[in-house]
Each structure stands twice: as structure tokens, then as C-alpha cells.
Design a protein around this ligand. Sequence first.
Ligand code: AMP
Length: 439
Amino acid sequence: MSTVRKFSVPRGTSDILPQDSYLWQHLEQKARSMMEVYGYREIRTPYFEETALFTRSLGQTSDVVNKQLLNISQAKKETSEPQEDISGLSLRPEGTASIVRSYIENDLDKKEHLSKLYYIGPMFRGERPQKGRLRQFHQIGVEAIGPETSIAYLDAELIALSTKLLEAFGVSGFKLKINSLGTSEDKQNFSSLLRSKLQKDLSKLCPDCQGRFERNVFRILDCKNPTCRDIVAKLGLTDEHLSESSRKYFAEVKDALKMLKVPFEVSATLVRGLDYYTHTVFEISHSGLGSQDALGAGGRYNGLVQELGGDPKGTIGAIGFALGIERILLARQNTDEEKPRPDFFIVALDAEGKKDAYLRAFQMLEEIRSEGISAEMNFVTASMKSQMRLADKLNARNVIILGEDELNSNTMTIKDMTSGEQKKIPQTELARLLNNLKK
Ligand code: AMP
């Protein structure tokens, strides 16, 4: 006998089933309302863009571009119609590049002084899947972009927002690390300084890091190899790569964070893997997450709008962060979400061969729902016991029982499932009952 092949979810992706999707909805709602309170407005960009946009923004040498970009390709079709070449497109691995593209394309700098934008949605990376590391994952992120907006207080506000969001989601015990890369000149100084400090140990670094030494020396600071970590720890990095004004800027960010009572730790080795960062960078980690311990990260990227052709004068400042939703859900302890439950479950009890109660229940469902109140029934005719079992399973707040008695007297029995109290009332009372519930 031939067996029919069953399909599975693609590796590194997952279904979010109703038993969990309500948690996602709660989290997203909280995120939306908090980001709006901080003045951010939603932007939705496509899930794919020109590959070159990502290469240019994130840097040729970043892992995301080098190893993880998922290109869109299309098999040639047998058709005489001309086929558009879509091979230059990739699924978005992160949100910033698309948002900056959109900011420039829609001239947002001419429409508002500061654009405070947020997004919630899936990102795609061709990663080797493991716990906390997926090929399709979801981020909540914000970007604050505008001319002359490289202001330390904006950095602090945005960093504070990232931690307030985590707290609102019920995550505690996370750690915020910050650092400053300085201007692009400071960054150049930083990389020369790093190379000179690492030179004597170059041969002891792992083969990957030996390659990174020329290509992107900052990435050595993120290497997980114990020997490389040891060498990095002994470098004695400080803020010596920073100019006086960058140092002042960073001091202001730190002071503002203290004013907002946001605990942080300065980490001289925190650099982030992407090319576009300047000045403030930060990362939030949680020790309960294992090896993939980053809950979120972000930083200032003042040169990117210019790099993408939208800022001839070079005055546009920008800063953003992204938090990973899957990891937030893994890290959270204090949860207060209630599973969705129906306000009413209607039990219909008919005598053998009859359907009167069933039809009245079916009609009543609509009467209740049209008031915006949730109601369910068992569509399969079943015994009282089995209908009550379903009402219990759904955790219904109230049960309405319609039996022969009730139908004959135009009444209904209503049971409050929390107190167990039960009473018979006229069906004409339903409207008043629903009205009271709505208040
Ligand atoms: P990144 O842009 O890599 O700093 O990502 C920001 C946040 O997104 C991380 O701190 C994670 O929480 C989350 N994230 C990044 N990559 C993945 C992934 N492959 N799977 C799950 N979450 C991820």
C-alpha cells in the first residue's frame, strides 16, 4: 500500500498554534501601546527587498550578509511570457535597512523633523537552527531617524524603552550592556588599535578570527572560541579610541540612563556585528537563555541614511533596536495573560429525534455574539454530561441550559461557572443580562 507523504514545517520555522498565539497577541498589544506612549508609530515594509540594500547596509563582511541572507530564486517556468528576474531579491534578515530605504524613498526627512517608527514582524536568516535560533523569527523594533537628531537623550530614551518593554512582558533578570564606538573616524581608530593590540597573538587566534583580523577585526571581540575570548579579555580595552566629543556624548547617554533609573554595565568589548553602527551600541542578554542569550540589541547608525543616498549633507542621525519575540517568550517568568475563554456556553438538550433546543441555542449564539460577547455551543448533539465537559474544557464563564422545560416556559437556566450558582430566568432577560455584562 502506498503511503501519502505528510508535509512538515520547514526546518528552523515553527507554527504558532492557538494555545500560544494568544500570548503573542498579548505581547504585541502591550508592545504597541507602550511604543505609542513613547511616541513611536508603526511602519510596515515588505518582507523582501533588493539584496544589494542589505549588502550595502549591513556590510559585506557581516555574518548576516555573508552566510545568512535568504535569496529568492525562481525555477524557470515553461511559458512563452517574459519572466521577470527576481534573483536579486532577498528576504529581510532585520528591519533597519528596509526602514531606512523607506525613510529615504518617502522623503520622511522633509515631512517631519524626527521619525519615530516601530515594527513587529518576521525576519529571515539562513542560520543553523538550534534552541533560540530560527530561520524565521520575529522582532519588535524601533528606529528614531531625523536631521540633527544625534542627541544623547534620544539614545537614553530608546534604550530605556527597550528595557521597559521587557519588564512589561514579564521578563526580569536581564542585563543591559552598553558601549560607544564613536564616530566613523573613532571607529577607524578603534580598528587600528585593535589590530595593533592583537598583532602579537594573531597566530593563536582561531582560523576564523585570523580571517577576521583583516576583513572585520571587530568580529574577533564576539568570537565564542575560548582562546580568542581569553586573548580579548586580556586586551584591556578602554574608551581610548574615542574623541573628546564622542566621550562627552557617551557620558551624557550614561548620565541620562541613570536619570531614568535604567541599570546598565559598560562593556568595552561590545561592538555588534554590523557595519552601520556608530556611537552608542547596546545589547540585552538573559542568562536563562543558554548560548543564544541575546534578547535584543541596537545602536546608533548615523551614517546609514547617507550611505544609502538619502542624506547629501550628512546630518541625519538614527538609532534603533530590535528585540526577539521567541527569546522573550522563553525568558519571561511573570505572566498574567488569561487564555481566551467564552463568556457563555449554551447546552442544548433535546428529546430523541427533536432539534428545538439545538436550533434555539444556535439562534441565541448569534444574539449573544452580536453584542460583542463570546459564546459557544457543541455543534454535535450530545448528552448533558458531555456538553458540560466541553464547557469546562473551554473554561466558559457561564453556561446557559436550554432543555424541554426551558423551551416550554420560554426560560433558560443560567449557571455561573465560578460560583456554581444556578438560576432559571425568562429568555426575555437575556438582552438585559448582556447589557449588564458590557458595562
Ligand atoms: P540581531 O539583529 O542579530 O542583533 O538580532 C536582534 C535580536 O533578534 C536578537 O537579540 C534575538 O533576540 C533576535 N534574533 C536574532 N536572530 C535570531 C534567530 N536566528 N532566531 C531567533 N531570534 C533571533
